[in-house]
Design a protein around this ligand. Sequence first.
Ligand code: CAA
Length: 389
Amino acid sequence: MISSEQIFNTLVLPYLNHAVRTYESGYASVTDIDAAMRFGCGYPKGPLTTVDELGVAAVRDLLAARYADTGDNLHRPAELLEKMATDGRTFADEAAAAGQAPAPEFKQDIARVGVVGTGTMASGIVQVFAQAGYDVVFVGRSQEKLDGVYGYITKNLDRAIAKGRGTEDEKANLLGRLTGSTEREALGDVDIVVEAIAEDLEVKLELFGDLDRIAKPGAILATTTSSLPVTKLGEATGRPESVIGMHFFNPAPVMKLVEVITTDATAEDVAETTRALTANVGKIAVSAGDRSGFIVNLLLFPYLNDAIKLHETGVEMTVIDAAVKETAGFPMGPFELLDVVGNDVSLAIQKELHGEFGEPGFAPAATLEAKVAAGELGRKTGKGFHDYS
Ligand code: CAA
């Protein structure tokens, strides 16, 4: 019988190592890496703070022991761990040395927001902006899909009212700020468009070309893609300087994080305005470059994939879910979260990561492929790793 500690060492230690390597590579700051995992996934602490608490040298030793067992490059202790252990430095020291970034300011007015899409992410994003007082125009392919967005938001607001946190008047005001349309032309006078449609490059490229035609000059064109290159979407427009990533997390009304993704072409003023807007809707912005997985998915999905591979060795899913929640304090076990995210989404992200980084350890678990092939996608289909029927 495997112990909770062994499960932690199998799943959580490589995640910590990976977070160290992400910092070591200069891709993101200590503060942003930790904030990303706390506010994007609801973890009680960021991975680098966890390394500090366990002790840099202790984490290095645990990883070295694991690497000796598996020979997997992902378990080889990051060089920075070695260096920091020798120098007696902590990640808190690194964060303090980097200092605090100044609060972002609006460089252009944002009053009206457009959202394209009617799925779970789009619905949540519409709610987030309307809740913060913005007028929101959202565009979907049919009246039925638009009604679905109203339904999603109404359900969430009714739940809040039932818990005594909101009134019918507030709900009516919020819903009054929404305008649904089946015509993209309705986006002609918004100050920013946030795209949250299907995760398909061709579909998004067509949309960005059209948004370039429709949106007023200077309007920011944002995408909430989790796996496609923002740079390519910018290139589909005549204004790549106005194109940026605004990656929200599921469920968007609850998760506090937005990853703000800039490309080489994104104007600094556009990036700062997007960060200011993120703060204005009550979310935390972290900055990341246009690379597969950004921060959160890069750290989260290999861990979820490892959990599936551990299950394939015969360990019960419920045992893994419980052990991770107990030892790391994560709000959901890996199989519970996979079912929320959707196995199709998880597989697509894992394939992107495998392609971009070429780590053999990132190859999608066979069971993940099988679940998707069988149409067992998670909560949305009633069955995924767990059964919801
Ligand atoms: N929409 C709106 N509100 C929701 C909601 C939803 N779908 N689900 C839960 N809530 C609200 C509840 O109403 C409740 O609100 P109050 O506290 O104000 O009453 C609050 O969230 C907490 O919900 P519950 O008490 O029912 O449940 P919980 O304590 O288990 O929390 C959770 C639920 C916030 C989702 C929590 O389990 C969590 O943080 N899970 C981790 C989710 C995560 O990791 N998301 C990232 C996925 S990766 C991703 O999104 C990126 C990608 O590109 C795929």
